[in-house]
Design a protein around this ligand. Structure first.
Ligand code: PLP
Length: 388
């Protein structure tokens, strides 16, 4: 059980806003902000390089904490600027050839699809979108058939940016593993709101961000690459942190996942990310998921009772993202009215999830995303403003 009062006490932003934009960027707990500001103050006092040295243990702890969070070894983690950069570093490491097939899903995130399209255009690789079942989930039968035909990569978004559904990541992992096809999971919206275990999911690579459900600092993210794979994946960019210049015409790439990082990094952010992960682990990801899921279901129930509002979430297992439309009112206007009433939500526009929203014939959606520090009263307020 989550002690909601304590969670709110430890989250200063709760005093100012009804924050239902946790899938955008959650309110950080004070512990995270204090860690970031504390390191910036140390840099101010003694110098950036010297501060990094002094805080080496805290920086290193970020890797240990992330490893605990997702069930891997610290050497399988690269800390990067955001989920997209992590995903790209893994994806662009693949040397795709004409006719190579990349299997993806209808709810795939726009940035990933843009990268797939760019590489398909450059190389002649082919993107195959797995068919969707009646619940909006990828058909596992179709995936199995496509894997049988041969594929170079499976790239799937676990929780989409624009829907409350949770894709069956582990079932996909089992099929990809059986077919011997590498599996890249975008866990940007799932990490921090539910337990994630890379071994149970069976993914080879996973990208996530700090600022969303993990409640970490902006401009932080991480990439997991399994040690089975890491030494076979050459990063698209290298520097003197990712590799060592060993002779005038030679270099050696480091053996661990940090080959996907750059030398210069946001140390304060990295330290804050470690604190955010510890904070999430302190509550427990099972407890977080239970509360987030219950709040989101309660919100969907409230929304269904508001005339003109249609809940748009598909799936069978749902999460903390709630999407809806308000008859005749553009999503941006709804967000604006809610904002004026002190309620933060966001908009999921067509161009963030074109495969899915176009196939479903939907306009831009309003997205309200809950976290464990939200309350039933806040959800009542959202419903009341929508009713007005
Ligand atoms: C499913 C999904 N993947 C990836 C991203 C990109 O994350 P970042 O902005 O940290 O690169 C987002 C951001 O909203 C997302 O919702």
């Amino acid at each position: 059980m989550i002690d909601v009062e304590r969670a709110r006490r430890e989250t200063p932003g709760c005093e100012n806003v009804v924050h239902l934009n946790n899938a955008g960027a959650a309110l950080p707990p004070a512990a995270v902000t204090d860690a970031v500001v504390g390191h910036l103050r140390l840099e101010e006092r003694i110098g950036g390089y010297e501060a990094a040295e002094a805080a080496a243990a805290e920086v290193d702890h970020a890797y240990t904490a992330i490893a605990r969070l997702i069930g891997c070894a610290p050497g399988e983690v690269a800390v990067v600027e955001n989920a997209t950069r992590g995903w790209d570093m893994a994806f662009y490491a693949y040397d795709l050839r004409p006719g190579d097939r990349v299997l993806t899903v209808r709810t795939e995130y726009a940035s990933n699809v843009i990268a797939l399209l760019q590489v398909a255009r450059r190389t002649g690789a082919v993107i195959e979108v797995i068919e969707t079942d009646a619940h909006g989930l990828p058909s596992l039968d179709h995936l199995a058939q496509e894997l049988e035909r041969g594929a170079a990569l499976v790239a799937v978004t676990h929780v989409p940016t624009h829907s409350g559904l949770v894709n069956p990541a582990a079932e996909i992992g089992a099929l990809a593993r059986a077919a011997g096809v590498p599996y890249l999971l975008d866990a940007c919206q799932s990490v921090g709101q539910m337990p994630i275990d890379v071994a149970a999911i069976g993914c080879d690579m996973l990208a996530a961000t700090g600022r969303k459900f993990l409640r970490g600092p902006r401009g932080t993210g991480f990439l997991y690459v399994s040690e089975r794979l890491v030494q076979r994946l050459e990063p698209p960019f290298l520097d003197l942190h990712a590799a060592t210049w060993t002779a005038p015409d030679a270099y050696e790439i480091r053996p661990d996942a940090r080959r996907f990082e750059t030398w210069e990094t946001n140390y304060a952010g990295k330290i804050g990310l470690g604190v955010a992960v510890d904070y999430a682990l302190g509550w427990g990801l099972d407890a977080i998921e239970a509360r987030v899921t219950a709040l989101a279901e309660g919100l969907r129930d409230r929304l269904r009772e508001v005339p003109g509002v249609a809940v748009r979430d598909e799936g069978t297992r749902r999460c903390g993202i709630v999407t809806f439309t308000v008859g005749g009112v553009p999503a941006a206007d709804v967000r604006g009215r809610l904002r004026a009433a002190g309620i933060n939500t966001s908009v999921s526009p067509m161009e963030y999830a074109r495969f899915d929203l176009a196939a479903r014939g939907l306009p831009d959606l309003v997205r309200a995303s809950v976290h464990y520090y939200n309350t039933e009263e806040e959800l009542d307020r959202l419903a009341a403003v929508l009713r007005q």
